[in-house]
Write a protein that binds this ligand. Sequence first.
Ligand SMILES: Nc1ncnc2c1ncn2[C@@H]1O[C@H](COP(=O)(O)OP(=O)(O)OP(=O)(O)O)[C@@H](O)[C@H]1O
Ligand SMILES: [Mg+2]
Length: 361
Amino acid sequence: MWIQKLNIKNVRSIQDESLDFCPGFNIIIGDNASGKTSLLESLSLLSSGRSFRSSHISEVIKYQQPSALVNATLNNNNSSIKMGIDKSQSKTSIRINQKDIFSQAELSSHLPITIIHPNSLELITGAPSLRRAYIDWLAFYIFPDFYSKWKTYQHVLKQRNICLKSPKHFYALDKWTSELVINQPEIIKYRHQTVELIKPILQKITSVLLPELDINIELYSGFPNDIQTDSKSLLDFYKSKSDIDIKFKRTVTGAHKADLKINLGDTSASQSASRGQLKLIAISLLLARSEIILETKSSKGILLIDDLSSELDVINQNKLLKFISDLKLQSIITTTKPLTYDLDQAKMFHVKHGSFSEYQG
Ligand SMILES: Nc1ncnc2c1ncn2[C@@H]1O[C@H](COP(=O)(O)OP(=O)(O)OP(=O)(O)O)[C@@H](O)[C@H]1O
Ligand SMILES: [Mg+2]
């Protein structure tokens, strides 16, 4: 599947633009503030209903305009699918093949995209919540009951934390502690299984992109490693540590503290890898996740890279381009400078003041 045609109206600085893409590489070249990220945001809007750089739709709609519109014609084994989204402050309208659709998930399933942007590196260097979200996104997808278990856990955790805030609520602590251990064994098990699924695919990708590094990933469940994660052992653990939770007025340990440990040999990658290596590790994790999600579908999805040169030198940019070329998927890549790599199936665009044209060299 690939995007053949894209129409964008009123997304950030883009007023009204049409682009005809090719099924391979589509390279968008433009100076700072020319509209490169705005183009990729348009695709993010179409695929997920939201921008990858802003959670406020008002920031994405062009100033003084009522709504942002993105329409695409997808080519799926030579049959075409037309899809579009019209997004205002208060309303979202989605159409697929002229029919109104009321589920955003349907758009995402037609247009699965993986986005790599300058902040992707924070997946390695940022807060554990980013890595938890990375694993959980995949776990939601693989295990149908993960979401409901995780939601219930969040609710119980909130109630237990309310108890811990004030002695007048301590009477209910035992009840909420017992409930807190009901879903955690399965949440931990699903997360472990998800990480085990990622490992071999990540290994395959990093053997090409980072052959010099010995990268290993491991789930930190949120509990010390020597604690069994069955309900009974977790209950005993919470009871033995209740004084700590009371002191800090919150549940200090649990699945809400899980993390994905990313190591180079025995040391944490965020401490020892270079910025370029960190970026390539983040890219490898994102590509591994999309490979797992898409392996059940015939489609390969679309890869978007915003600012290819961010943190990557020319050698690593070219290594990544060669890897993408072997994946044989459609990619849309932005850059401030023309690329040095000789791409076999590629179309180049130039962007200036939010307006796109074919690149003349
Ligand atoms: N809601 C908006 N309406 C109109 N213009 C906007 C809006 N939001 C941002 N802009 C402007 O759009 C222009 C393009 O921004 P964009 O982030 O797409 O540039 P870019 O090509 O990705 O730049 P860089 O190389 O610096 O990342 C900027 O001048 C920005 O100020
Ligand atoms: Mg940008």
